[in-house]
Ligand binder design. Sequence first.
Ligand code: MG
Length: 184
Amino acid sequence: MHIFDIDGVVADLQPFFIKDLCQHVGCTPAEIDITTHNIKVPGYNISDDTIFDIAVNTTVKYVDEIKPYKHAIEYLIEYQQYTGDTIHFLTARKGASVEKATHTWLNTHLKADFIVHFNADKVQFMRSNPQFNVVFEDRFTTANELDFVPWVYLLNRPWNIGRIAKNHVTRIDSMYLPNHITCG
Ligand SMILES: [Mg+2]
């Protein structure tokens, strides 16, 4: 069974997050370092907690505007039709307002049955749920840690490009995959 991360894999949150972060900090998008998953604004005094709060707020505030990544929804529907399985998402998103916004967003874009596992320690979750043997992730560190999962796919994104992933990780540009993978 497959399991999908949401932010950075299915939902393209970043343009809105960058916009709000710039407004909060008073910087320009060019000043933000997006080459790491833990975004930094060099030269500005802003805590990781504040950045996290802005990201959470972005999820709720722009629920009607955030777009799926190209091909992501098509792939999910193709996967669902091929396997007949419910689509499972695994996300670090947490909080009642974010959970509601997440369901609203997915229901808007994805006309299929799905289950979202919120606020998950991903490594712990995957260890406890070995029925999920295919995972799609955009966070470099998480993908590397999932070396006990048979198929780990890392979506190429600006925040993980140029870093050498471990051998169990397959980098991909989008969620179009060979058909044999959908048997997972
Ligand atoms: Mg992600």
